[in-house]
Design a protein around this ligand. Structure first.
Ligand code: FES
Ligand SMILES: [Fe+2]
Length: 381
């Protein structure tokens, strides 16, 4: 017999269920140039199957992959001029979702249109706008431009993607307020941690140092390195993070993208990439190499997050301490993307600020990692 526990002392997890609706917002599909290889690309997204293709000017379009004639898959077809040709009977579809030509027919059914997504190319990335209500984005809901992107100030993107199955993408977004997991999952010690939510933007400000006992092999492991990070979600799925790593009187600036798009209610494609600033005197190849090293280190970190998400329970009623960030407020912010625009409440979008007091945690974590490091050193001696 186990200990007797009064029923009211047992806290139960309310797991809730994944929304079947997909968030309203701009979603990053990946590196724009990767879609400009002259071939159509199939993308499973928002519970549908889409095809991305470039017209003759290089502009990218995203339309429903299934041909409205007999259901052929356009992603298996061919790009002919500005249109995509279905592999089944060669019907031609343009980026606006119109059938422009049925080569063997006397008349083309011009009226019918297929589903399309509004696309945007920014900072070398392709974005698609999703809105279950079918509205276009308001002008201020957009993806900010990275200053000097495309000039030799920055390396090119070092980019990775990872399919996550068995979890809803809210799990990634929860990380925005999760100060403590940075120590356990990302091997960093946050010294300063603050969140600001306003409108469609949710920001995390953080200053951190590395752990003494665990090194991830990233450039952030430079001795005594201090990392400053300002990360903002622009909408439900696209985070742009500026990271400054200070070490030995030098500061290296990098831009990290952490983004995802939902495939189904319980799977998503996680994508992330890095560009690093090229200092005067740093060669192009050297900067590219730095970006790759950074990304490899990040992969370790992302995979650790993924491992948690894959095996955890969905939880609607997390039990929190003072050191945990504003999870409930973050989720209220996140909820704005899952309701009709008319149902967005002021609590979802009004400015909210919260700073986590890291002092007690830092003292404990520094002691813990120092002890671990000392134990390892004496074991090696
Ligand atoms: S199914 Fe696409 S052309 Fe017939
Ligand atoms: Fe994380």
């Amino acid at each position: 017999m186990g200990d007797m526990v009064a029923e009211d002392e047992v806290r139960l997890i309310e797991a809730g269920s994944n929304p079947t609706r997909f968030a309203r917002g701009w979603h990053c599909m990946g590196l724009a140039d990767s879609f400009r290889d002259g071939r159509p690309h199939e993308i499973k997204v928002f519970g549908q199957t889409a095809v991305v293709f470039a017209d003759s000017s290089g502009k990218l379009h995203m339309i429903d992959a299934f041909c409205r004639h007999m259901g052929g898959n356009l992603a298996k077809g061919t790009i002919k001029g500005d249109e995509i040709a279905c592999p089944f009977h060669d019907w031609r579809w343009n980026g606006e979702g119109r059938c422009t030509n049925v080569p063997y027919a006397r008349r083309t059914p011009l009226r019918a249109r297929t589903t399309t997504w509004l696309t945007l190319e920014r900072n070398g990335l392709l974005f698609a706008w999703n809105d279950p209500q079918g509205n276009p984005p308001p002008p201020h809901v957009t993806i900010p431009e990275i200053e000097d992107y495309g000039t030799d100030r920055w390396s090119s993107w070092s980019w990775k993607s990872y399919l996550v199955e068995g979890a809803h993408c809210r799990e990634i977004v929860d990380n925005v307020v999760d100060m403590a997991h940075f120590f356990y999952v990302h091997y960093q010690i946050p010294h300063y941690f603050k969140n600001v939510f306003e409108g469609h933007v949710a920001t995390q400000h953080m200053r951190s140092t590395g752990r003494e006992d665990i090194k991830t092999g990233v450039q952030m492991d430079l001795p005594e390195a201090v990392t400053r990070s300002e990360a903002s979600y622009y909408g439900p799925s696209f985070m742009l993070d500026t990271i400054w790593t200070e070490s030995g009187g030098e500061t290296i600036e990098a831009k990290l993208v952490n983004c995802h798009y939902p495939i189904s209610p319980d799977s998503f494609l996680l994508q992330y990439g890095i560009i690093v600033e090229r200092k005067p005197g740093t060669g192009v190849e050297q900067a590219e190499e730095m970006a790759r090293t950074f990304t490899d280190g990040l992969e370790v970190q992302f995979l650790q997050d993924v491992e948690i998400w894959k095996h955890k329970s969905r939880i609607e009623n997390p039990l929190l301490t003072e050191e945990d960030g504003p999870v409930y407020q973050l989720r209220r912010w996140y909820q704005q993307f899952y309701v009709d625009v008319e149902d967005v409440t002021p609590e979802m979008v009004q400015r909210f600020e919260f700073e986590v007091d890291c002092e007690a945690a830092v003292a404990k974590w520094q002691a813990e990692s120092r002890e671990n490091a000392a134990r390892e050193n004496s074991a090696q001696a």
